[in-house]
Design a binder for this molecule. Structure first.
Ligand code: OFO
Length: 170
């Protein structure tokens, strides 16, 4: 049986993962409207991955005898200055999620819930991969500079930078 404090922090994470999925959906839609098909596809893939994370948390809570809560999701931003700003926002968001996962780890330790502590390590690894993959994209964008032709090439190439997350297909 999950302790109340652990159930609460895991349900908060359900909310955050669901919001991540919606945030990337909003970004994907923005990119699609700008004709950035590659960027949109990269983001649509993230939408699915984050939804999977949300489901993973939700199911884990229920499997451990807790009660998962399906949250109301706040509206994500719909406008982004440009693709550089968009990926800065993605990185900022992933860093926020990493901090949140670390809080779960710390709480599990405090509450001596070593099963959840063990289970959540998967997300610790996942966040390392996700942050590194976004930093790689930002580095590439910085290398290319802001010329339109380069952006076109970047858009064609971005899917090849996609690392399959630790959670893919799980
Ligand atoms: Fe961005 O990954 Fe979920 O946790």
């Amino acid at each position: 049986m999950l302790k109340q404090k652990i159930q609460k922090i895991l349900n908060d994470q359900v909310n955050k993962e669901y919001y991540s999925s919606n945030l990337y959906l909003s970004m994907a839609s923005w990119a699609e409207n700008k004709g950035l098909e590659g960027v949109a596809n990269w983001l649509y893939a993230q939408v699915e991955e984050e939804r999977m994370h949300m489901l993973k948390f939700l199911k884990f809570i229920n499997e451990r005898g807790g009660k998962a809560i399906v949250p109301a999701i706040k509206q994500p931003p719909m406008e982004f200055k440009d693709v550089y700003n968009l990926f800065d926002e993605v990185l900022k968001h992933e860093e926020y999620i990493t901090a949140s996962i670390n809080e779960i780890v710390a709480e599990c330790f405090k509450e001596k819930d070593f099963s959840t502590h063990n289970w959540v390590q998967f997300f610790v690894t996942e966040q390392i991969e996700e942050e590194s993959s976004v930093r790689q994209i930002i580095d590439k964008l910085n290398l290319l500079g802001k010329e339109k032709n380069n952006l076109y090439l970047f858009d064609k190439d971005i899917m090849s930078l996609r690392t399959t997350g630790a959670t893919t297909n799980q």
